[in-house]
Design a protein around this ligand. Structure first.
Ligand code: JHZ
Length: 431
């Protein structure tokens, strides 16, 4: 694959009927953190969304080669405590609901540092992780979660099946959006999934992206933005049946989808039927819906820039909290750099001491906050805002203020004036 290619055919159904719905310009890669003394000449890649008229899958207009994105990765799931808790509770639920399948071979694709799979370690459990990021798989294997390094697809699935047998439980959390060869990936799942086995997927939900203006969750690693409708169209091509679905609040709102082989004939829950109807009502299968969303990022940009620049003109010091991938879309799209954000703190050791891609803001360990106390904290990892504000309560106690970027959106409308979104029991206090 070339470094980047224009997406001319829908990755799900092959249709050429792709319509552009949104462009965020050209941005540096969201996990390509820079060494401080590195040359500032970074490659920027176009970042836009297109909609497939035929199967309604929302996807990127340009695909960057996954080898560039994932071979050496800066994201370690376990550096976020709430993520640890989420995966622990999620695995406990799976073990209860699918007790028999959990006792067989459990394979997690896109297993990262083993955050999910480690909860399946124990007697009579066979676990295997698969992830392309060598630096992360090395870490996972060292910590007791055996992990194969590679891009998952039919070829790797066959290899795994020969070596370890079919999987009775197969999971893919936050990874389906990251695989440009979607049909090859799901073809691999079909190959590897045992008869009577269960495949569970967690994927960010395009319905939440639209409703809460989570456009910063758009970056080159996320080739796809799923609704249940588009996801089911993909699975049906491979004789896989969705039999249940749940909404979970991770990463701004995700779908958790339960899937079996078609011929296993599991009954389809009412929840699946209800969500499909709701998606039709909301127009998630319609180009118009996505086109009407296209102005939202600009409004947020205008609002946030004006607000931050007014604070800076009064001499305020502003720190960013978390250096997530999504933060790097937000900062770059809103044109915020070290002139506006003094520094960022993040718990991930590999990000500390580096600069954010595109915006070049220095990243420090969280302890830096107390040594260099800001007036404002912009929470870039807004999906963990409640946890972060609680953890850093001392900061509010000394009069510091938190800013949560996308919470000036209430009931789908932007507030006319800048607010400081300090959320208390769903009430937003304005300044
Ligand atoms: P977080 C990543 O997205 C990348 P990101 C990936 N492409 C994806 O799809 C999603 O995950 C699922 C830090 N932090 O989870 C840790 C603190 O510093 O929002 C992380 O760097 N202090 C795979 O990167 C970042 O924030 C804290 O107290 O957008 C959070 O990254 C906490 C809680 C986090 O995912």
């Amino acid at each position: 694959m070339p470094l980047v290619r224009k997406n001319k055919r829908c990755a799900l159904c092959g249709s050429r009927s792709l319509k552009e719905v949104l462009s965020l310009g050209s941005l540096a890669l969201a996990n390509n953190f820079l060494l401080k003394n590195a040359t500032r000449m970074e490659i920027k890649f176009p970042l836009s969304l297109v909609f497939c008229d035929q199967c309604s899958l929302v996807q990127l207009g340009h695909f960057v080669d996954p080898k560039i994105l994932f071979s050496n990765y800066h994201y370690f799931s376990g550096t976020s405590k709430p993520a640890e808790r989420h995966f622990k509770a999620y695995s406990a639920l799976i073990k209860r609901r699918f007790a028999q399948q959990s006792r067989g071979l459990v394979i997690d694709v896109g297993s990262n540092d083993g955050i999910f799979l480690k909860n399946f370690r124990g007697k009579a459990m066979r676990i295997l992780g698969v992830d392309p990021a060598k630096n992360v798989t090395k870490y996972a294997s060292k910590n007791g979660v055996k992990t194969i390094s590679g891009f998952f697809g039919k070829k790797l699935a066959e290899k795994i099946s020969k070596a370890h047998g079919p999987a009775s439980l197969l999971t893919a959390n936050n990874v389906l959006a990251h695989t440009p060869l979607l049909n090859d990936f799901i073809g691999g799942v079909r190959l590897l999934l045992k008869q009577g086995g269960v495949f569970v997927v967690e994927a960010q939900y395009v319905g939440d992206l639209l409703e809460k203006n989570e456009f910063d969750n758009i970056y080159h690693e996320h080739y796809f933005y799923f609704s249940l409708t588009s996801l089911m169209a993909l699975l049906a091509r491979h004789n896989l049946r969705v039999f249940d679905v749940e909404m979970v609040n991770t990463q701004g709102g995700s779908l958790r989808v339960y899937i079996g082989r078609e011929e296993d004939g599991r009954p389809v829950s009412e929840r699946v039927k209800r969500l499909l109807t709701e998606e039709m009502t909301r127009g998630l299968d319609s180009l118009k819906t996505y086109r009407s969303f296209a102005n939202q990022p600009q409004y947020l940009k205008k609002w946030l820039r004006r607000f931050i620049i007014s604070l800076k003109s009064k001499g305020s010091k502003i720190a960013g909290y978390g250096a997530p991938a999504k933060g790097n879309t937000l900062l770059q799209y809103c044109n915020l750099g070290p002139m506006e954000i003094d520094y960022i703190v993040d718990t991930t050791p590999i990000k500390q001491g580096k600069l954010t891609p595109g915006s070049h803001i220095p990243i420090f360990a969280p302890g830096h906050l107390r040594k260099n106390v800001p007036d404002y904290i912009l929470i870039l990892a807004w999906n963990y805002a409640d946890y972060i504000m609680k953890k850093e309560r001392w900061f509010s106690e000394i009069g510091g203020k938190f800013i949560i970027p996308n919470q000036n959106l209430i009931n789908g409308k932007f507030l006319p004036s800048p607010i400081l979104a300090i959320k208390k029991k769903n009430k937003i206090n304005t300044l």
